[in-house]
Design a protein around this ligand. Sequence first.
Ligand SMILES: [Zn+2]
Length: 578
Amino acid sequence: MAFVDLNDSVIAQVRSAADIVDFVSQVTPLKLAGKSYKGLCPFHREKTPSFHVDRDKGLFYCFGCGTGGDVFKFLALTERFTFPEAVEHVASRVGIELPRRRKTTRESDKDDLLEVVDEASEAFHQALGFPDNPARKYLDDRKVGEDIIKKYGFGYAPDSWDYVLTRLARKHGEKTLELAGLVMPRKSGTGYYDRFRNRLMIPIHRETGALVGFGGRSLDGTDPKYLNSPESDLFNKSRLLYNLHRSKDAMRRIDRAILVEGYFDSIALDHAGVPGVVASMGTSLTSGQASLLRRYTTKVVIAYDGDDAGKSATLRAAPVLLAAGLTVSALDLQGEKDPDTLIQNQGVDRFLELLGNATDIFDFALKEWASNVKTLTGREKADRVEAFMPLLSAVVDPVVRNDAAQRIADGFHLEFETVWSKVRGKAAGPVERQVVRAVPSGEKFVLTALVQGRLGRDKVEGIKEGFFSDPACRTLFSITKSAISAGQPIDYSEIATHLKGEAELTLLSEVTLTEDLEDVALGRLDEVLIPMQKAYIERRKREIQQDIEEAVRNGDHSRERQLDTEKLELSRMLSTLK
Ligand SMILES: [Zn+2]
């Protein structure tokens, strides 16, 4: 990412140049319905579309889950861009050149780290050309060809304490190398030494494609078998999935991810042309990794190792994926060790065949835990059913959960109620449910009428900002009102630029995408407006009363008289409203 100077006018310019329909369509298909576009919401699971996009106003809103905003917000949610990144991304897509700015220290520090990791990767790759090195031998033994080595950027960390250190420390400084996870301080006093020694190096990228760290496979039996870059600002393993930057587009297109354990499983499948493959880099999948996947797909097939350890890892990963709202199935490798071996022994077509036969995770679990149900004692049965609870409780959709409980009951020859009584009370809600703020519906209605241009100028003048108790309503009202008072058309891109808060942008999307209000409803506007006005007057009177008490305490009689008059005036106004 380049570094640019984002001011309000540039942001508004980029926003209005962008076609939001274009950006959203890449994530969820849209159809024109009336004045706006409609589609299935990418942020919650639904069967009938409640996700609306308004091309002219540049806004989206989901009436199902309450997520809304502009094109930048959309990209922040789907691509995990920061706001400046989103602006920059859109600008480059619409061909607007952004003014440059100086980087902050933090940004340039992070840039330095990325550069160091890149250069280290280059150095490791060079070392792979050294004569008689064990990394090359390891790759040869695994029949990993030159094309794969190039494509996936393999390298070799030589059996040396200072291979990286001598190459990069002079240019970047030892401290930077340490922050990049490449060297460690010596335990005895001063100096540093290489973290990765005698290991096959596998570069790990963020989903954006930035190289952030390495997985290093031991070549001499030293533990651990795989040593990863340490946790840092740059490398956060719980939010990384190996190969996601290569597979995310296909994953989104076909709406399916294949989750494997190891780097080589992922590489074998990816290289054979199987789309949407990622590796969890170890068997303990985190909820961060699961929600990362959920940004690109709704379905995951787990293809962990075929042994018992792999099967139990599958059943541990499944609840994490289910809780993120993903549909989960699992693949039976039919006796092969792992996907890599399967492809080597039987070819990719065999893998695709097994993929086609992947079973729903509950059927997979039933096969594991209930295949010998007739021979189980009551106690054993109880334990097995208990083992299902993390899976069942993680299912977000109540219908799916109910159905799974039924299948488990059938599998163990139990009454449905017996299983269901265990799961009830444990059921988790959606992990990332949107908190829909309770904006008073009357205030929303008035604001909608205003934004839709359905209120006459006189009516608008009679409405005060203070009528609104909700802060977001108040901000939106005053911005819109001043545009109307000045006789200007409402410029949504301009308005969105002035909104600093998330809540305000969401509310703007909601009211602008609400269907045109019916005349009948508008005819009853006063039924909403008058109570708002009354509430406003009551609030003002209470405030004035407090001011009066303060004036009395201070002996400020003229202020007291002035406030009394004001209070009287408010009471008079209130009586005309009754
Ligand atoms: Zn939604």
